[in-house]
Design a protein around this ligand. Sequence first.
Ligand SMILES: [Zn+2]
Length: 356
Amino acid sequence: MRDKFGGQGARLARQIFALLASGVIFGCAPAGDSSNATPTGDETSATLRIATTTLPLADWAQQVAGPGAKVTCILPSGANAHTFEPSPREMRTVAEASMLLRIGLHLDDWSDGLASANREIKSIAVGDLMRTNGLLPDVTSVTIAATSIEPDGIEATHDLDNEKDQSHDDDHDEVHDHDHDHGDDGTDPHFWLDPLLAREAVTLIAEQLALVHPEQAATFRANAEAYNARLRSLHEDIQTTLSTTARHDFATFHNAFAYYASRYGLQIAAVIEEYPGKEPGDRYLRGVVEKLRAAGIRSVFAEPQFSRRAAEIIAREIGGQVAMLDPHGTADAPPRDTYIGMMTFNTEAIAKALNE
Ligand SMILES: [Zn+2]
C-alpha cells in the first residue's frame, strides 16, 4: 500500500492541500455547476483563478495561464481605471482568486483594500516590478509640448479665479502635471501601450505564476513565448502602419500614450484632460485649442471611459472631428476586448489622424 500511495500520491495530496489553502477552487465546469466540488486527483484539472485590475492584464494572464484558468477583470466595462471605487462584488472576485495582478505605479491604488481582503492572495503590481527591474524608460520628452500648456491646477474648475491657487504660476519651465497620477517618482503607468514593454510584462507574469504553481512553470513559459511572438508581430505591424504617416504629432484625451509615442517616434502635442476623470478648466482648454491650431491638428480624441464634452468643445473650436482612442480597453466592445485588438484599433485611429 505504501508503495502504491506513498510516493506520487502523497506529493499530489500535498499539492492539492496547498492549492486549497491558497484559495484556488477546483473544477473545470462553469460557475454555478455544483458537479465540480470534488477534485479528480489530476492536478491539471485545478482551476487557477486570477483576478486583474484592468482588461489588458486579464488578457495577458489568460494567454499565459492557458484556457483552463479562470481570469476575472475587476474593473467593469466602461469604468475609469484611474478613479474606480470597488464594491463588495469586486471583493468577492478577489476572495476567490489565488493571484491578483495589478498595474501599480499608483494607477490602480483602489485595489489595495481588495488584496488585503484575501490574506492568502499573491498580489503583483506588474508596473512596479518592471520599474524595479529597470524596464521602464523615461518617456517624459514625448509630452514636452503637451505639458507646456499652463495647467489649471489640481483644484481646476470652470471658475477662472481658481487659477490664482496654482502655486507654480511663475515657473513656466517646470513640468507640472506629470506625477498627479503616476508613480512615486512620476513614472507613467501606461506601459502596456508599448507592445515591446507588454512582452516584458507577459514574461514577468509567467515567472510570477511559476512561483505560485511550479508544477506548471513550463506551460506558463511556453504560453508566454507563443503570445510574445504575436506581440512581436503586432509591434512590426504598428511600425509599418506608422512609418509612412504625413505627420508625427497627435493630441490624446488623457495622458496615456507616452510609451506608445516614444516607441514609434511620435510626439504628444496636447492632452485634453490633464487629470484623468476630471474635466479640464477653461484656461487649460484654451491652451489646448491654441496648441492644436498652431500645430494644424484637426483630430481630437475622446475615450469610452470618459465624458466626450471637453473633446467636443475643442473640436468645435478648431473646426475638427472627434475620433476615439481606447487605451484601457473595453470588455464588451470587440475588437477592443483583447490587447492586440485594442492596440490595432488605436493604431488605425492614430494613423488616420496623422495622415490628415
Ligand atoms: Zn490611463
